[in-house]
Design a protein around this ligand. Structure first.
Ligand SMILES: C[S@@+](CC[C@H](N)C(=O)[O-])C[C@H]1O[C@@H](n2cnc3c(N)ncnc32)[C@H](O)[C@@H]1O
Length: 291
């Protein structure tokens, strides 16, 4: 079958549509990627031109294809214990300070975390392992994680919590044994996250660009992870998003971003308090440092 050609005009139309739907900026360098990913969609529908596919995706009412289109465009690279300094900070500094503060009656033993752009789930499960270990002697703590993504395929994978053995290389062996079940029979070569981690998690599709998010307006988080997501957005989109994150954080709440991301020149709502760790500006802290 002959490869359909993607004309400049068609590429520009798809680029604009992707930006409008997801905030993801597609430059000329991504042309080949768009071509190969969309060619698969064309084949699936037996279409012979990108213009026909554009009609299909923009056809009002075809939410299913629009979703498949978005899923085919997103970049979902992730790993267990990616950027481990974030988890070390939480285990060594944040949790001991939170526990002390709760013991003194200064705060409730409650923690709410949002993973905005969780991909296939490695990030929320890594935090789950970290918090389970750190709160091991603090059973009174009620911690919950919301994990969201725009991409319904990766979200379904995250919710299943089943990973190929090769994906688990970055998990310390003792923690792998403790928090994952080794597959046998048909599941040989894979690991499944144990229920005790999944019980803390809620998965939800959230498009960060949507003017209203599905959480209740008064829902606020102690921590927001939004790592390696805004690198695909332009500055105006990043600015709007970080302002909205600021309004969704508790006083003194923390924002974790990816290694190649920065708030410099983007938002004044946060103070840096660690490597790619930011605290909502103001006098308040989630906790004072543990004595
Ligand atoms: C590279 S992954 C990062 C995963 C994880 N946070 C990490 O750092 O390992 C980026 C994720 O952002 C999601 N994403 C991109 N645009 C989005 C949007 N507008 N709303 C929500 N999620 C989006 C993608 O689907 C993808 O799964």
């Amino acid at each position: 079958m002959e490869e359909p050609e993607l004309t400049d005009k068609e590429f520009a139309k798809f680029r604009d549509l992707i930006y409008q739907l997801t905030g993801i900026v597609i430059n000329e360098g991504k042309r080949q990627l768009v071509l190969s990913r969309l060619t698969k969609r064309l084949r699936m529908h037996g279409l012979s031109s990108f213009s026909e596919y554009y009609e299909l995706v923009t056809n009002a009412g075809d939410d299913e294809e629009q979703s498949a289109f978005i899923n085919s465009i997103t970049t979902n690279k992730t790993d267990f214990f990616r950027e481990p300094h974030h988890f070390e900070y939480i285990a060594r500094e944040l949790v001991p300070a939170l526990a002390q503060s709760a013991r003194r009656g200064e705060r409730k033993p409650m923690l709410r975390v949002w993973h905005a752009g969780c991909s296939t789930g490695e990030e929320p499960y890594t935090l789950g392992v970290t918090l389970s270990e750190a709160f091991a002697n603090h059973s009174e703590w009620d911690w919950r994680q919301l994990a969201s993504d725009i991409d319904t395929n990766v979200l379904a994978h995250a919710e299943r919590g089943i990973y190929d053995e090769s994906r688990t290389d970055t998990i310390p062996r003792d923690l792998l044994r403790k928090y994952f079940l080794r597959g046998s029979g048909e599941r040989e070569g894979s690991y499944k996250v144990k229920r005790e981690l999944q019980e803390h998690l809620t998965f939800r599709q959230v498009n960060l660009l949507e003017p209203s998010w599905p959480m209740r307006p008064d829902t606020k988080f102690d921590i927001i992870f939004c790592r390696n997501v805004v690198i695909y957005f332009d500055k105006p989109t990043q600015k709007r998003l970080f302002e909205r994150f600021a309004s969704r954080l508790q006083p003194g709440g923390l924002l974790f971003i990816g290694h190649s991301e920065s708030l410099l020149g983007i938002s004044n709502a946060f103070d840096a308090c660690g490597q790619t760790i930011y605290r909502l500006t103001g006098n308040e802290r989630l906790v004072e440092k543990a004595a």
